[in-house]
Ligand binder design. Sequence first.
Ligand code: ACO
Length: 327
Amino acid sequence: MNKIGILGVGSYLPEKKVTNFDLAKILDTSDEWIRARTGIKERRFASPDQAASDLAANAAERAIKDAGISQEDIDLIIVGTNSPDTLYPATACLVQDKIGAKNAAAFDLQAGCTGWVYASIVGAQFIKTGMYKHVLVIGVEAITKMVDEKDRDTYVLFGDGAGATILGNVDKGGLLSSVLCADGSLAEHLILPAGGSRLPLSQEVLDKRLQYTRMNGREVFKFAVREITKVSLNAIKEAGLTVDDIRWFIPHQANLRIIEAGIKRIRIPKERVAITIDKYGNSSAATVPIALDEIYKADKIKTGDKLLMVSFGAGMTSGAFIVEWSK
Ligand code: ACO
C-alpha cells in the first residue's frame, strides 16, 4: 500500500513585528477594533529586501533538515502563494536555486489562501503514482507588500511568513482523505485587480490603487464559515472518522471569529484547535503550515494523532485534508 505522509516540517517568520498600536498611528483604526473583530494583536512584515522566495527558502531548509534528507533528494517543489516574487518565473524555481535542490522540478500553484492545502494534495498525487519520492510543499507570502496601507479594511489583516513540508512515503498512517473545491463565480469578492493581462499596470491603475488587494469582507466571511464547515465534515467522512477522532484542527488563520464560528458548527473543542492569528495575522497561503510547525515544535503532536488541515481563499477556493501523524 502506497501511504503518503509528512516527513518534515519547517517555518520562517520575518523578524519585524507590527502591532495594532503601530497601525493605529498610520490608519484610522484601533487596537480594540482589530482585536475584537479579528483576534489579531500583531503580525510580521517582510523587510524591503525580502521577497516570497527568501522567506520560502528559509522555511524549506528547515523542513529538509527536519526530514533528515538532502536538497538533492527533492524531486519536486510546489509553492502556494499569492505574492510571488514576480508574475514569472515561478517563485518555486527561485527557491529551487536558492536551496540548491538541483534535481527538483518546480512550479507555483495559485489557489488563494488555500494554496498550501491545494499544493499538498497535488504533491501527494505525484508520490501516489510513484513518479516522485520527495515533494517539498511551501505556503509563503510577502503579501503585506500587496495590500494598501491607506485601506484600513484590508491592511490590518495581513502578515508575512512561510511554512514548508516534505511529503514522502510512510509505513503507517499518512494521508487519510482530501477535499478540494472552487467557485469562480465568487472571484470578485477577493481580488488583486491589476498587474495581470486583464488590467496591466498603468498610471491610471496606480492612481486608482488597483495594484492592491480588494476584498468584500462580509461576503468572504460568510463563504469562509460555510466552506470550512463543509470541507472539514467531508474530509472527516471520507476518512471514515468522527469529529472526536481529530486530535488537531489546523484551520486557515484569517479571522478568529471565522475559526470560532467554524469549530462551533463542526463541534471541535477549542483546546484541539491550533491558533496563531493573534501573533502572525493572516499570512494567507502560509498560515496552515506555520500553525502546523508551531504545534509540532512545541511537541504537541504524537505519532498516530489525526490532524485536519483546512483553508479557504481567493478564487474562491476551499480545501481540507486529514493526515495520521507518522513521525
Ligand atoms: N478599523 C476600524 N474600523 C474599521 C476597520 C478598521 N481597520 N475596518 C473597517 N472598519 C469599520 C467599517 O468601515 C465599518 O464602519 P461603518 O459601520 O461606519 O460602515 C465598521 O468598521 C464595521 O465594518 P464591517 O465590515 O461590518 O466589520 P466586520 O465585523 O464585518 O469585520 C472584517 C470586518 C474583519 C474584514 C470581517 O468582515 C472579516 O474578517 N471578513 C473576512 C475577511 C477575510 O477572511 N479575509 C481573508 C482575506 S484572504 C483569505 O484569507 C481568504
